[in-house]
Design a protein around this ligand. Structure first.
Ligand code: SAM
Length: 343
């Protein structure tokens, strides 16, 4: 909607009147009829202005009410339309001093609306989950491997599933405690089972993807419609899981693992890793750290050092997402070439 441009409003008749009276008086030198006529015109205009000022009172009250609404949250479209109309009406009828005050109110309201708009965008950005960085990380790290295992695929986000499908991976196996839907079965070769059990032979995969999943292993997965019976069977279910996964990797293979990161928290259904628990997880895998990246949510996901986010908790920004995330690329040593001759 185009806002009324109140600043360009020029008061109509009143400012011109005194000049007219003065000029007439100078010309007529007090001709009685002319003076009476002009006095009557002045009175008429004064009355009209008084009426206009009185009319302003309810409009002004309405503007104040709408401003209160705006400062308390978000005005619905119909309210903002009425506010614009109120300003337009005031601009057409108000005397100069009123217009100045309204200009001020309009500027304040505009600034308030802009602040609200900025805050809305910030809040929207805060609702972007850690998948915002996890998915691009995983996709950018795919180097054409033929045998890929995705763990936790049954609740993978559709955009992630579609992106994986577009990679046309020769063998893409999906492992989860539950089978997942029909659409997933078109993309993954589904395997139902617990990641801590011996489901695959050693060296079966060139690349394993573990996106926001290891922190759920052995925890309460009832949120995913899974019976609590699958809960912990060992003290460190995540470490058992990663040790098993490492065995499934072929020599030279890689594991891409992402976890919520910051301060250590056990939420029952997931853990938020701190540096010590993450290091222990990596140690349990026996794999080498090929790369480690950390991102934090700051009204948008930005790279950070891992020490910077040591106080970040899961959901600490008021939304049920990670406050920070660790993205690790772990690698299994390539086969040693015994046939190589010493140079
Ligand atoms: C947060 S979701 C994974 C999200 C998904 N990777 C994505 O990219 O959006 C966690 C998944 O881990 C699965 N899960 C939990 N414990 C498991 C276990 N012990 N073995 C296999 N899958 C498990 C859950 O069923 C759930 O589908």
């Amino acid at each position: 909607m185009t806002r009324p441009v109140i600043r360009s409003w020029t008061p109509p008749a009143p400012p011109a009147l005194p000049a007219r009276i003065a000029a007439s008086l100078r010309r007529q030198r007090g001709v009685p009829g002319e003076i009476e006529e002009l006095r009557a015109a002045v009175e008429e205009l004064r009355a009209a202005l008084g009426a206009a000022v009185n009319e302003l009172a309810p409009l002004r009250a309405r503007v104040e009410e709408l401003e209160r609404t705006l400062s308390g949250g978000f005005a619905p479209a119909s309210e903002t339309a009425r506010l614009d109309l109120a300003f337009a009406q005031l601009a057409a009828t108000a005397p100069a001093s009123e217009v100045e005050r309204l200009d001020l109110a309009f500027e304040e309201t505009t600034a308030l609306r802009e602040a609200l708009h900025r805050r809305t965008l910030e809040l929207l950005a805060l609702t972007l989950s850690e998948r915002t960085v996890e998915i691009p990380f995983v996709l950018s790290q795919y180097h054409g491997e033929a045998r890929v295992l995705e763990i936790g695929f049954a609740h993978a986000e559709p955009r992630y599933v579609e992106a994986l499908q577009s990679l046309e991976i020769p063998l893409l196996v999906g492992l989860d405690l539950v089978p997942g839907n029909q659409k997933l079965a078109q993309v993954f070769s589904p395997v139902v089972g617990d990641v801590r059990t011996s489901l695959f032979r050693a060296g079966a995969f060139d690349l394993v993807l573990l996106v926001s999943t290891v922190e759920h292993v052995g925890r309460d997965n009832s949120g995913y419609g899974i019976d609590r019976d699958g809960a912990s069977i060992d003290e460190h279910p995540d470490r058992s899981a990663i040790a098993t996964i490492a065995r499934w990797l072929a020599p030279g293979g890689r594991l891409l693992v992402t976890v919520p990161f910051g301060r250590f928290e056990d939420h029952g259904w997931l853990v938020n890793y701190d540096a010590a628990h993450l290091d222990a997880l990596v140690a349990a895998s026996g794999l080498d750290v090929a790369s480690a990246r950390y991102y934090e949510q700051r009204g948008g996901w930005v790279p950070c050092d891992r020490d910077e986010v040591r106080n970040r908790g899961y959901g600490s920004l008021g939304v049920p997402n990670a406050g920070a995330v660790a993205l690790l690329e772990l690698a299994k040593s390539p086969p040693s070439d015994h046939r190589r001759k010493p140079s």
